[in-house]
Design a protein around this ligand. Structure first.
Ligand code: GLA
Length: 382
């Protein structure tokens, strides 16, 4: 990266920052519903070299993996067109809103978190750039939570995804060896040391690219908000901000008026909210069978109720079941990407061999196997 930074700009070096992608053991589509999530950062992410370039607002950016160079101006209200450059522009603009005097800078970046695999490569970019701008222009005064929120606002305001806060949170706050249980309503969280004795956590990337920009992700969020609106209208005495505040009975009350699609989506979210807590309890007792069973239930819900799975991911889930894997489910926003699998160490080799062979036979694509190592969050490296 450094050699590219030197070559593409003025020969000087900058500071180096990194931020990770994430896994999520359980708790999907609960973050924007005020529920719980249970992510951890991974040992793969985005790395960027950055340096102020003494211009008022010129950003010179080089995406090393794409071999793509884009220069743009922070004062240009339209921002750059290239989707990757919009993350840089977005974070810089959000930092300016926070009062950080961001001026022109040079940046080159690269990554080893697979793109579009549901491992939050975009949040890794946002928090990496945020970490750099905070250091270079902000005297590191921007808090970790404000970095998280700037990343989320970048998605909302510049990338067209109305995401929650799980991914940016995990990328900024990650800690080696620990999962984190985050209450997305209060933003309180706890680190959970995660060392499942006798088990391994492995991702299988279907290689179906998951793409959240566009309607399907936002549609689901709208369904959830619509249900909350109807419940709130029926109960003027209560305070209903998200599905977190709603009960199963209240959901039943509005079933006919919101329609089956919105009802079924909200039904998934209420179930998922409970499953995260059940998994945390089970983990504390070392009860991995229950953890795994809840993961399968989540997969079923994501596939049949929330409808964010696809044939390839459902097949990977079936293969896990057939191989006696303790728990398996689609991970992240959906529409492609990986399954996350909790597998007994003694079954690991057989599972991986069988699943990769049969998946390739059926779809003609070699799936990628990614062993999970839980790593640290955003930081300066050099
Ligand atoms: C994407 C979003 C997150 C979250 C997940 C689903 O990763 O960025 O905010 O909603 O989908 O759990």
């Amino acid at each position: 990266m450094r050699s590219r930074f030197i070559k593409h700009f003025d020969g000087k070096t900058g500071n180096v920052y990194t931020s990770p992608g994430r896994i999520n053991l359980i708790g999907e589509h609960t973050d924007y519903n005020g529920g719980f999530v249970f992510p951890g950062a991974v040992d793969k992410g985005i790395m960027a070299e950055m340096r102020a370039n003494d211009t008022e607002d010129t950003v010179m950016a080089y995406a090393i993996d794409l071999k793509d160079r884009v220069d743009f101006h922070l004062n240009d209200p339209a921002g750059p067109r290239a989707s990757w450059a919009r993350y840089i522009y977005g974070i810089a603009k959000e930092f300016q809103k926070l009062g950080v005097p961001v001026k022109g800078f040079n940046i080159a970046f690269a990554g080893d978190v697979p793109l579009g695999a549901g491992m939050s490569s975009s949040a890794a970019m946002e928090s990496c750039f945020a970490c750099g701008l905070n250091d270079i222009f902000g005297e590191n005064k921007v808090s970790q939570w404000d970095m998280v929120l700037a990343g989320q606002a970048t998605e909302h305001n510049y990338c067209g995804v109305n995401c929650g806060i799980m991914d940016q949170f995990a990328s900024v706050f990650g800690k080696a060896g620990c999962l984190m249980r985050l209450d997305c309503r209060s933003r309180e969280f706890e680190y959970f040391p995660f060392k499942p004795d006798g088990y391994r956590l492995v991702l299988i990337n279907s290689k179906v690219k998951h793409e959240l920009a566009g309607s399907p992700y936002n549609d689901r969020r709208n369904s959830c908000e619509n249900v909350v609106k109807h419940i709130a209208a029926k109960h003027p005495e209560g305070k209903f901000e998200t599905l977190r505040d709603c009960t199963w009975e209240q959901l039943e009350e509005v079933r006919a008026e919101v329609g089956e699609e919105d009802y079924t989506r909200a039904h998934f979210v209420l179930g998922e909210k409970d499953r995260v807590l059940a998994v945390c309890d089970a983990l504390l007792e070392g009860d991995y069978e229950t953890v795994g069973q809840k993961m399968y239930e989540t997969h079923y819900g994501l596939s049949k109720e929330y409808e964010v799975s696809c044939e390839e991911l459902d097949y990977l889930n079936d293969l896990a079941k057939e191989n006696g894997v303790t728990g398996s489910r689609i991970m992240g926003g959906g529409f492609g990407g990986c399954t996350i699998n909790l597998v007994r160490a003694d079954l690991y080799n057989k599972f991986i061999a069988d699943a990769t062979k049969r998946y390739e036979e059926k779809f003609g694509i070699k799936p990628e196997v990614i062993d999970v190592v839980i790593g640290d969050g955003s930081r300066r490296l050099a």
